[in-house]
Write a protein that binds this ligand. Sequence first.
Ligand code: HEM
Length: 154
Amino acid sequence: MSPFHALLALHNLAALVWVGGMFFAWMILRPAAVSALQPPERLRLWFDVFPRFFLWVWAAVLILPISGVGMLHMGFGGFAQMPFHVQLMIGLYLVMLSLFLRVQLLLLPPLRRAVEAGDWPAGGAALGDIRRMVGANLLVGVVLVFVAVARPSF
Ligand code: HEM
């Protein structure tokens, strides 16, 4: 295996964990939690799920640009000759990073406070904000993977 393809495999695994994790949370766990759990248990579940998942997202946040820039230098002659689909990839990565940081730094603390205080209506509102942000990030992630693999040129 060439070093380029080793980096590409790592890069793809990181993308899979991040985008696939959001897909599972949004499309599978969210409706299952709504149908199976009452609000207090549901909020406690998400309060436990987010930090576990976000640890892996942080790993992806670091691995994607490091492996991506490595591939740019190994396979494309550096930033100066960066193909258009990689330019788009970097732009959309920055959008995904901003949305993730918003959830981690601004939306998770109110959920933590609400769960610790047993304030379920406030917890429900905080969870709704996180749900919308993760849904938006999932959409951006799907578009990004499409761009990365289909390599559109405009
Ligand atoms: C700063 C961030 C990033 C950089 C510098 C970067 C760079 C690259 C480069 C150079 C390639 C190889 C392109 C080629 O072989 O034509 C690549 C492939 C890929 N990237 Fe990224 N990337 C970044 C972020 C992301 C993110 C956030 C995702 C998805 C969540 C992603 C998903 C992919 C996928 C799926 C491929 C494989 C495309 C294929 O082999 O068909 N990348 N990336």
